[in-house]
Design a protein around this ligand. Structure first.
Ligand SMILES: [Zn+2]
Length: 49
């Protein structure tokens, strides 16, 4: 069984799980922390949900 790294969320477009190593940047905003990551399916920059 393969070990996968921790997923931070899912792509809002295609629902693919997004791994922590795909996160480009995290930032603070009102209400908490937010991040941008590259989706492995869309290869687009998304905000994981
Ligand atoms: Zn996607």
């Amino acid at each position: 069984m393969q070990h996968h790294s921790h997923a931070v969320g899912c792509c809002p477009h295609c629902d693919a799980p997004i791994e922590e190593r795909r996160v480009l940047i995290t930032y603070e905003r009102a209400g908490g922390e937010a991040m941008y990551a590259t989706c492995p399916e869309c290869t687009d920059v998304v905000r994981p949900e």
